[in-house]
Design a protein around this ligand. Structure first.
Ligand SMILES: [Zn+2]
Ligand SMILES: [Zn+2]
Length: 645
């Protein structure tokens, strides 16, 4: 073993350091200023304490208070501040696990009941701990001592036997004499937290498993400053107001009843939205040259063994599978194997490729019950899936065409797409050449289209490089949605082939792609993104006619049945005042209201009012009809609808 290892810095430059040097040592080596500012390190993408020794070649990024990752460090420290405050006031409380999350932290605790007054008191105590500016110190102690410390805490003991298995010594973080088993990293002192608050509490099973103890999960967040915390709380409130589960109920779009956990029931209104999305994606698949297929949900488990999916999904407990008549059956967790099977039954020459199959494929995955949330975290979902079988020389063209359509789709919804190129990791299958060619193909596609992208090196699945897509919504939140992924593994394992120009058998590359991802997730995202104000082409109810009196009802019915019969039109016939009718239509987020009174009946016109309270009176019916027809045909999103919500 050599005494030196190579660390690669974010700018791509490499540095030789002694094996066992810490993150902090590397920072000092780069420059003394950086050394002083070091809070933590990102080693091969993983956030670690600055005292972590580097034992092998790696990529490293130094985390300072200016880094994006610093917030995670602060928030983890926030979790410790909460835990110390909790135990000061409730010494009997047992701590389970308290990680940072994307926008804060939580701590799962046991043996304590907390009401709102308790949480207020804990928060006040937390403020004192922050004000006292206690130093956080990393202390190592033997496993034996750690087990002794946690004699009465089964959760920490389990962590010692799982996450910290075999570690001796183990590390604790100590502040003001209070200690927690922890790997770090942490801020230097509690005073680095500029603002901290508790957000809510809920029940959570230990390790997310229903068969385990039920714990109390307390959520909080921490920021560098009060103003940042306030801005966050404002965004959070907005997000709660437009929570898709709340809007789903209010607009009667969908429900997820207790008897089908994680599987949505689409109500007629929700189904109207979904059908429009399906029709749109069918058009796009058609443009891309896909042939629609249909494959069963129910399959023998053997289907997924040659592809490796059985191993991957079954081991993770993510597949629904059971024995029936001595045979194991399962619900498909993905469509790839079925589509590959259809390909395998054909005979193709190099001239036939690409061969492309699309399917609105319904798949099931056994997500943990604690993770389920409306349409965004589900067990049953329908992907707008597709697989193309192509020659290696077709990679760039195929991916470019797909990305072009993806750009068009997200632009239509006024969502910004962030691209990530995930490249070869250590566990990759397939030769160096094909990885090289494929990764270059993906890169060329992104660059041909002038798309900006992040490279996540080593992050690709073992079977091929990938372009991941995140959509950024109106509130600036990012959602993982579609994907374009290359696969050398399934063609290899299933022996898929085509006859080349040389009359020999060659192996195709399989492209997995989803444009929206799944209809469930995409609907959840756009409900929140549009705050329920769907553009007219998607709106479950496009027009509501509000007759001023019962005398105008006949005219309203004629419009509904004749002039406007191409649209989704309802009539508000309750004997309410016009003002109340307008309010109800507004609450139901109907794009267009048509108020019809005696004048309108006489002149064959309507008074149109849109949801931004813009009004046009005396509008000839045909003019309104043509305007709406164009908006729907072009799938227009009203200008500014996303910002004005
Ligand atoms: Zn910790
Ligand atoms: Zn696939």
């Amino acid at each position: 073993m050599s005494e030196n290892i190579t660390v690669v810095l974010p700018d791509g430059s490499a540095m030789e350091v002694e094996r066992g040097a810490t993150v902090e040592d590397v920072a000092h080596e780069i420059g003394p200023g950086l050394g002083r500012d070091t809070v933590a390190g990102l080693v091969d993408g993983e956030l670690v304490d600055k005292v972590t020794p580097l034992t092998e070649d790696c990529e490293i990024e130094i985390v300072t208070p200016d880094s994006d990752e610093y917030r995670q460090v602060l928030r983890h420290t926030g979790a410790h501040v909460f835990a110390q405050a909790l135990q000061r006031l409730h010494p009997e409380a047992e701590l389970a696990i308290g990680p940072p999350t994307d926008d804060g932290f939580y701590y799962d605790v046991a043996n304590v009941d907390l009401d709102a007054a308790d949480l207020d008191a804990i928060e006040a105590e937390m403020a004192e701990i922050v004000a006292a500016d206690y130093a956080l110190e990393r202390v190592e102690c033997s496993r034996a001592e750690a087990f002794e410390t946690y004699e009465d805490n089964p959760y920490k003991r389990e962590i010692l036997e799982s996450e910290a298995a075999g570690e001796d010594p183990v590390s604790f973080y100590v502040q003001d004499g209070w200690r927690d088993l922890c790997e770090g990293p942490h801020a230097e002192s509690t005073g680095e937290i500029g603002a901290i608050t508790l957000l809510e509490q809920s029940a959570a099973y230990w390790r997310g498993n229903e068969e385990n103890d039920q714990l109390t999960r307390v959520y909080g967040t921490a920021f560098e400053s009060e103003s940042e915390l306030e801005a966050y709380l404002e965004r959070r409130e907005q997000a709660q107001e437009r929570d898709h589960r709340k809007l789903g109920r209010e607009m009667d779009l969908f429900s997820v009843p207790a008897h089908s956990p994680g599987c949505a029931h689409y109500h007629p209104n929700g189904m109207r939205v979904r059908r429009e999305l399906e029709e749109y994606i069918r058009e796009k698949n058609n443009d891309l040259g896909y042939d629609e297929v249909r494959t069963p949900e129910l399959n023998k488990a053997d289907l997924w063994k040659p592809t490796g999916h059985y191993e991957a999904f079954k081991q993770e407990g993510e597949m629904f599978a059971w024995e029936q008549d001595d045979t194991e059956y399962g619900l498909k967790p993905m469509n790839c194997a079925n589509h590959a099977h259809i390909y395998s039954e054909g005979q193709y020459s190099y001239r036939d490729l690409p061969v492309r199959f699309s399917e609105f494929g319904t798949v099931y995955r056994n997500e943990q019950s604690g993770e389920l949330s409306g349409l965004l975290r589900v067990r049953g979902l329908t992907q707008d899936d597709g697989h193309a079988f192509i020659r290696p020389d077709q990679i760039t063209t195929e991916v470019t065409n797909t990305l072009e359509i993806i750009e068009e789709i997200y632009d239509l919804f006024d969502l910004e797409v962030l691209y990530k190129l995930e490249t070869k990791g250590d566990d990759a299958v397939g030769g160096e050449d094909i990885w090289e060619q494929a990764t270059q193909g993906l890169r060329d596609s992104l660059e041909t289209l002038g798309l900006e992208y992040d490279v996540e090196s080593g992050e690709a699945a073992f079977y091929g490089p990938k372009i991941g897509l995140d959509a950024r919504d109106a509130l600036g939140r990012e959602w993982t949605i579609g994907t374009v992924q290359l696969d050398f593994n399934i063609p290899e394992r299933l022996g898929l082939s085509y006859v080349g120009e040389d009359n020999r058998d060659h192996q195709p590359v399989m492209v997995h792609r989803a444009l929206l991802g799944s209809f469930e997730r995409f609907m959840g995202v756009i409900i929140e993104h549009f705050n329920g104000n769907f553009p007219p082409w998607l709106a479950p109810e496009q027009v509501r006619i509000l007759p001023v009196s019962d005398d105008n009802l006949g005219y309203a019915k004629r419009l509904q049945g004749r002039e406007l019969s191409a649209f989704r039109v309802t009539i508000e016939d309750r004997s309410w005042t016009v003002g109340k009718k307008i309010q109800a239509a507004h609450d139901d987020r109907v794009p267009y209201m048509l108020i019809v009174g005696d004048d309108e009946v006489e002149n064959e016109t309507v008074s149109m009012r849109d949801r931004f309270e813009e009004q046009l009176s005396g509008l000839p019916v045909e003019q309104f009809r043509d305007r709406l027809a164009t908006e729907i045909e072009k799938r227009r999103v009203e200008p500014g609808i996303v910002e004005r919500n």
